[in-house]
Each structure stands twice: as structure tokens, then as C-alpha cells.
Design a protein around this ligand. Structure first.
Ligand code: ADP
Ligand code: S3P
Ligand code: MG
Length: 164
């Protein structure tokens, strides 16, 4: 991978990834979609039927495979926060961009989309606690940070390009 987007749920990794890839003339991969294709099941049903620990094991394998390919990768929000994955990401040589947004922005975005199992399980307050627990891990992995609160997705892509 040349560029990997990391960050909490709702920061915009899956929205920005395809736009950035198009701008760079590269392929785009989304880790959650790769995992779903491998298991033939949605992320939500993997959490419900197999549990989060099983999800993390498959996520780790799919991440390692994806990093071998060229292009732009949008990770799922938990991927870079797992210790083993953090090391693999750093060693991959990809440019790692952390997307961030204010708590209020994330609440708005996450409440508007009911497909994330951790939001269902933890609720808004619980999920923000999880974000704050993960923040230091995200920053330790990232090469630089881009905020997605105020601009359009196009603005975010331009800012990423400027940072590379
Ligand atoms: N500037 C922006 N950058 C990225 N996403 C944005 C922006 N403004 C609004 N959004 C919205 O925020 C949501 C981000 O969701 P998504 O891309 O699935 O995030 P993630 O993959 O990080 O969980 C989308 O509904 C997107 O349309
Ligand atoms: O933060 C997390 O632990 C998760 C984030 C999700 O991806 P997005 O960040 O793209 O929503 C998805 O991988 C799964 O629901 C778990
Ligand atoms: Mg996503």
C-alpha cells in the first residue's frame, strides 16, 4: 500500500479513500469490505455470530494481505488500535494518514448510520470513551493528521495530497 487511512469510526476513511485513490490514479481497498468478501458476511453479522475477538483475528490477516498490494487502503476504526497491527502498519512503509473529527461531528455521523455494531453495543457515550482510549495509539502509528470536520471530502483529499 502507498497510503493507509486510519482513525475512529465516522472520521471519513471509507468516504475519503476512493476519492484519494482516484486522484492518485491508484486502486482503493476498504478493509471492512475485504473482510466481508472473505467471510461472505457483513461486519455486523460477524460481530453478532462470531464475536469481536474472531473479527479481530480475521481483520489482522486481511490487513497483512492488503498491505502487500498497491494503492490506497481505508482501514476499519479498530484496526490501527490493535498492538500487532500497529507494528505491521509502521513496518509496511506506507504513508499513514490519521483522520480526526470533533466528538460532536462523530456523534452526528454515527447516529445517522446504524450499521456499526460497536455503536449499537456501547452507545454514544461508550463509543466516545473508546475513541479517547484509542487516540494515543492512532497518533503513534500516524505520519500526519488531517481533520474532516469542516471541509468537504474534496478539501480533505487536497489536504492529504499536500501533506504527502
Ligand atoms: N469532509 C468530510 N470528509 C469525510 N466524510 C465526511 C465529510 N463531511 C461529511 N462526511 C460524512 O461523514 C461520514 C463518514 O463515514 P465513513 O466514510 O463511513 O467513515 P469511516 O469509514 O471512517 O467510519 C459519511 O457519511 C460522509 O458523507
Ligand atoms: O472501530 C472499530 O472497532 C470498528 C470500526 C468499523 O469500521 P469504520 O471505522 O469504517 O466504521 C468496523 O471495522 C467495525 O465495526 C469495528
Ligand atoms: Mg469505514
Amino acid at each position: 500500500m502507498e497510503v493507509v487511512l486510519i482513525g475512529f469510526m465516522g472520521t471519513g476513511k471509507s468516504t475519503i479513500g476512493p476519492l484519494l485513490a482516484k486522484r492518485l490514479g491508484r486502486q482503493h481497498l476498504d478493509l471492512d469490505r475485504l473482510l466481508e468478501a472473505r467471510l461472505g458476511q457483513s461486519v455486523g453479522s460477524v460481530f453478532a455470530q462470531k464475536g469481536e475477538a474472531a473479527f479481530r483475528l480475521v481483520e489482522q490477516t486481511v490487513l497483512r494481505d492488503a498491505l502487500e498490494q498497491p494503492g490506497v487502503l481505508s482501514t476499519g476504526g479498530g484496526a490501527a488500535a490493535q498492538v500487532d497491527n500497529a507494528a505491521v502498519l509502521r513496518e509496511s512503509g506506507a504513508t499513514i494518514v490519521l483522520l480526526e473529527a470533533r466528538d460532536e461531528t462523530l456523534i452526528e455521523r454515527l447516529c445517522a448510520d446504524q450499521t456499526r455494531p460497536l455503536v449499537q453495543r456501547l452507545g454514544v457515550a461508550g463509543v466516545l470513551d473508546l475513541k479517547h482510549q484509542r487516540d494515543a495509539q492512532y497518533h503513534a502509528v500516524a505520519d500526519f493528521v488531517v481533520r474532516t470536520d469542516d471541509g468537504t471530502p474534496g478539501d480533505v483529499v487536497r489536504e492529504i495530497m499536500a501533506g504527502m
